[in-house]
Design a protein around this ligand. Structure first.
Ligand code: KG4
Ligand code: ZN
Length: 354
């Protein structure tokens, strides 16, 4: 089965053709980073206008790269929630029109749930991972907009166990990077600085938010503020405290590494707590996704954790960590297999389904 996936929830215009749920024949992502760079954040009106210009060329390119014509598509899938409403509307309108004109099923997909699926995707010449996912499974999404832990009883039954009460982890990465004077988008640049030779992750003692003893929620605003104070000094400093010394290059590198370590520790702490809710964690699937799963330290920490706890870790290949349409088309295959499809009046919605 060939599914055309469309994604336009934020600042990436993407289209992809996926065969039988996991084999990615094409995944085209047109990023708008250059458009938003001078504002150090996504400007919604600019994003939706750029989606309008790019959506059809991106869809055409995804079909051409997959080597197929529109007539060969079996279904059209689109990320219809959550996201910027103007951006979502562009992808949803295109998907509705295509499904109607082709007379093929339309599937609306929750973008955050699709991130949980991204670890199953593989290139056309790579073998799929042989074992099927066993449910219930544990899920983790760490992105620019979300930091959440899930229980999945099937691909269509997803329950959120906890999430951030303030900043998402990717947002904290981007803001910490801006404070450190790194270019937008900050996450990958901070990762690079933190991984540079000589970086000392123990140089700064930064806060890791625990919240209540059983809480699976996250908080990253304190960590972000600690980076701000370490860089610029604590406001209202008492006279008897030593004066703030501006950071030199080594200090900035150490602060980046300390931030990266604290952010990864916060995620692992909550994952460990979440395991308690799964009676037999042996070979429990841990489905991960979102832009921050591209982070070098978090990737190695997740792999170590999965080995220790004997989890069936599904970590996306780097090209499927950030927003893409292959994860939308892949998850849509599972929806269609279990008889879930949408009607042609599918609506865009700014909030996630759970
Ligand atoms: O999943 P995504 O593309 O968009 C959302 O759905 O939010 O995630 C984008 C986020 C950004 O905050 C970006 O800085 C972060 O993922 N990111 C990283 C890395 N690569 C991307 N954060 C830390 N380390 C990275 N290597
Ligand atoms: Zn995303």
């Amino acid at each position: 089965m060939l599914i055309l996936g469309i994604e336009s929830s934020c600042d990436e215009t993407a289209a992809s053709v996926v065969q039988d749920g996991t084999r990615v024949l094409s995944s085209i992502v047109s990023s708008q980073h250059d458009l938003h760079e001078e504002y150090a954040g996504v400007v919604p009106e600019l994003a939706s206008r750029a989606h309008v210009e790019r959506i059809l060329p991106v869809i055409r390119e995804s079909l051409a790269e997959a080597g197929i014509g529109l007539g060969m598509i079996d279904a059209v899938a689109v990320g219809n929630r959550p996201g910027l409403i103007g951006s979502l509307l562009v992808g949803v309108s295109a998907a509705r029109a295509l499904a109607w004109s082709l007379g093929k099923p339309l599937v609306g997909i929750d973008h955050v749930h699709a991130h949980l699926y991204s670890g199953l995707l593989h290139g056309p010449d790579e073998p799929p991972k042989p074992e099927a996912i066993r449910f219930p499974a544990l899920g983790l999404v760490v992105s620019g907009g979300h930091t959440s832990i899930y229980r999945l009883d099937s691909w269509t039954r997803v329950t959120r166990l906890g999430g951030t009460i303030d900043d998402a982890i990717g947002e904290a990465y981007d803001k910490a990077a801006t404070i450190l004077g790194l270019p937008y988008p900050g996450g990958p640049n901070l990762d690079r600085l933190a991984s540079s030779p000589g970086a000392n992750p123990a140089a700064f003692d930064l806060p890791i938010s625990r919240l209540g003893p059983d809480s699976l929620d996250f908080s990253f605003s304190g960590l972000k503020t600690a980076v701000l104070y370490a860089t610029r000094g604590v406001p209202g400093r008492r006279e008897d405290h030593p004066p703030h010394v501006p950071l030199d290059d080594q200090g900035r590198t150490n602060l980046a590494a300390s931030f990266q370590k604290a952010a990864a520790d916060a995620v692992l702490l909550k994952l460990k707590r979440a395991l308690v809710q799964f009676r037999n964690s042996d070979s429990l699937a841990l489905l991960t996704g979102g832009g921050v799963t591209a982070n070098s330290l978090l990737r190695s920490e997740l792999q170590r954790f999965a080995r220790e706890q004997r989890l069936d870790l599904r970590l996306p290949a780097r090209q499927y960590t950030v927003d893409n349409a292959a994860m939308i088309a892949g998850l849509a295959f599972q929806f269609l297999q279990s008889g879930h499809n949408s009607t042609l009046d599918l609506q865009a919605a700014p909030t996630t389904a759970c």
